[in-house]
Design a protein around this ligand. Structure first.
Ligand code: NAD
Ligand code: UFG
Length: 344
């Protein structure tokens, strides 16, 4: 059944891949994005890949009630909202916590208030595995306590709590998806992750080293209590994550109200930094030079999902391999050396 879906932050890394999946499924989309960390070119390519123009763009800030109202008013009734718009850099959140509380928490509050005004109370929210803080028992299940250690994660947990409270107050249906580490790109190489400046994250850094844009990878610490001493994360292909959103939204729309759900979205298989480097080298035939440096402040030794609830409730599990994550991420980097901005 075709739905009309409002997607905030739809031009971003995860949002653009989700837009593609939803357009290919025949849904009609309204994207609200201020292009703070993305480019309209992503949405042009998404429509080209999907062979669909069922996407209306509203350029604006999710904290601006009139922009959100405009998005709701841009066509027929909205069946559900997927809320990606937000900030995600852990270090930046430590330096500027008020910005994170404003964009992530106030932005979600303004959006939820608009949803009430427009009678749409079905929402999929982008949460994070960093909600678990520095856990010691693995794999991580959704009923384990949250213990966020930096403002970024604190704002995501705050929004989860605000949404849970809304579900207790009225006929809301909410899914908070705690993403582990999404990487890779659409296999076409046409859309992908486009970090501004020096990448914070491991995968885009590796692909830029592979492309010769950076001299070598710096591995942040080899003295963690892990088998090879480097940090362990649960990396999943961004297309698997995008598909999880389609399933989560459809699941919500079939539930009676109120309904609230928190799901880990990961593979359940943690990989160390060294294993990722080796996997990338095996997938591409390239060599990634690296040096081991000090730990990065705020990093935890290990995060690894128990993805069983998503399998049971949504029938979703990550299907794509590390090789596909590396191959597709590398294809995107090669085809778009300067991301969406520069010449391709
Ligand atoms: P991204 O930065 O690529 O996408 C975010 C999008 O939101 C961008 O298009 C940006 O322009 C837009 N945006 C930012 N502030 C806005 C505002 N005030 N109003 C309107 N639009 C705004 O990030 P992403 O990796 O696609 O992440 C999407 C969501 O998932 C974020 O909320 C992020 O916190 C969350 N998340 C990401 C990861 C990850 O590793 N990428 C992990 C866990 C959770
Ligand atoms: N790492 C390096 N060198 C780098 C970059 C990263 O060694 O240049 C290491 C980190 O120390 C960590 C692992 O690679 O052990 C992964 O780091 P990322 O920065 O790629 O990912 P994080 O787990 O730190 O954080 C990411 C997003 C957050 C999100 C979180 C969980 O940046 O927004 O995943 O979803 F919340």
């Amino acid at each position: 059944m075709s739905r009309r879906v409002l997607i905030t932050g739809g031009a971003g890394f995860i949002g653009s891949h989700t837009c593609l999946v939803l357009l290919e499924q025949g849904h009609e989309l309204v994207v609200l994005d201020n292009f703070d960390n993305s480019s309209p070119e992503a949405l042009r390519r998404v429509q080209e890949l999907a062979g669909s123009t069922q996407l209306t763009l509203v350029e604006g800030d999710v904290r601006d009630a009139s922009a959100v109202d405009k998005a709701f008013g841009s066509g027929g009734a909205v069946d559900g909202v997927i809320h990606f718009a937000g900030l995600k850099a852990v270090g930046e959140s430590v330096g500027n916590p008020l910005l994170y509380w404003d964009v992530n928490v106030n932005g979600s509050r303004v959006l939820a208030a608009a949803m009430e005004r427009h009678g749409c109370r079905t929402l999929v929210f982008s949460s994070t595995s960093t909600a678990y803080g520095e856990p010691e028992t693995f794999p991580l299940r959704e009923d384990m306590p949250t213990a966020p250690v930096h403002p970024y994660a604190q704002t995501k947990v705050a929004v989860e709590q605000m949404l849970a409270a809304l579900c207790r107050s009225g006929p809301w249906r909410v899914a908070s998806l705690r993403y582990f580490n999404p990487v890779g790109a659409h296999p076409s190489g046409q859309i992908g992750e486009d970090p501004m400046g020096i990448p914070n994250n491991l995968f885009p850094f590796i692909t830029q080293v592979a492309a010769g844009r950076r001299e070598q990878l710096r591995i942040f610490g080899q003295d963690y209590p892990t088998p090879d001493g480097t940090g362990i994360r649960d990396y999943l292909h961004v297309m698997d994550l995008a598909e999880a959103h389609g399933k989560a939204l459809e699941h919500l729309l079939q539930q009676p109200t109120p309904y609230s759900l928190t799901l880990n979205i990961g593979t359940g298989r943690g990989l160390s930094v060294l294993e990722v480097v080796q996997g990338f080298e095996a997938a591409t035939g390239l060599t990634i030079p690296y040096e081991v440096v000090e730990r990065r402040p705020g990093d935890v030794p290990r995060l690894e999902a128990c993805p069983q609830t998503a399998q049971i409730v949504l029938g979703w599990s990550a299907r794509r391999t590390l090789e596909e994550m590396c191959r597709d991420g590398w294809a995107w980097q090669q085809a778009n050396p300067s991301g969406y901005r520069g010449p391709t």
